[in-house]
Design a protein around this ligand. Sequence first.
Ligand code: BMX
Ligand code: ZN
Length: 316
Amino acid sequence: MKNYIIGADIGGSYIKCGVVKYDGEVVATGKAPTPIETGVESIVRVIKKMSDKLLSDAGITKGCVIGVGIGSAGAVDSRKGEVCFAANLIMDRVPLASIAEETLDLPVKIANDANCACIGEWKFGNGRTFSDMIFVTLGTGIGGGIIIGNQLFEGNGGAGGEIGHMLLCKDGRQCSCGRKGCFEAYASGGALVRQTLEAMQNDKKSKLWKVLDESKMITPKLIFEMSQKDKLAKHIVDDYIVNLSEGLVDLCNIFRPQAIIIGGGISAQGDRLIEPVKRYVNDHIFAKDSTPSVEVLQAKLGNNAGIIGAASLFVE
Ligand code: BMX
Ligand code: ZN
């Protein structure tokens, strides 16, 4: 019986691949470096090699596989099966779905990485009870997925829903998209690290210097940990939470979802992040005293969100 789906998540550094049951259960996963320099064919070959191995290790024949769902960062036209633009993957109008179908000899569906994670969370994670929700991933960048009236909103040509690229500050920090002041330039994990390293230059007494010295790098996790013990780290985290929440308030004012679900690396902070964001958002949304509040939740699928989400493109 056809009961398995392969999910693949193409990131700037790694391709993650998994075999997922139709009910969302992950059977096997693998990870390999993304061969960015050698083009889309080699990316697809990596997915084939990994999925063949995962299937054979799990003792599942190809005849049991419904299809392959692929998530990619960037503007993805899921209807045409085309990656229109993904700067860090050097893909420009690439017919990824048809190339992958030929190589993998299975039906292929593709979508933006954050849209995949959003669908995964909506079908199998903490979004199951909502008809209107916004999913936000806080990673290198900020990815988003918008579900309105039980449907994913992708915009014309799949280029919409890029919530990381709404403006938080005019003439503000440089964003990777070319504009200045985008939400992503303030509230992504990458932005948090950059802002911390900058602020440290003006505070040589901060305990963060010792952390940097010992760990050789600063990560969002370390910054959050230090916010309990260091004034500068606390200030940075408080500021980060306000920036993140202000962006989310805007999204609530436009879409007024029942819930915002936060995923990506920083969501691992759990209540340390979720609780203050929830409070801020509900204190600042439009007509707050006369309208339903917005639930703010941590994503449930964690590390497998991309894989389950991509696979869920085949789940009705
Ligand atoms: C960027 C953009 C989005 C993506 C988001 C999260 C590119 C290549 N990416 O805003 O399409 O969803 O990052 O990506 O244009 P991540 O790498 O942080 O997971
Ligand atoms: Zn931007």
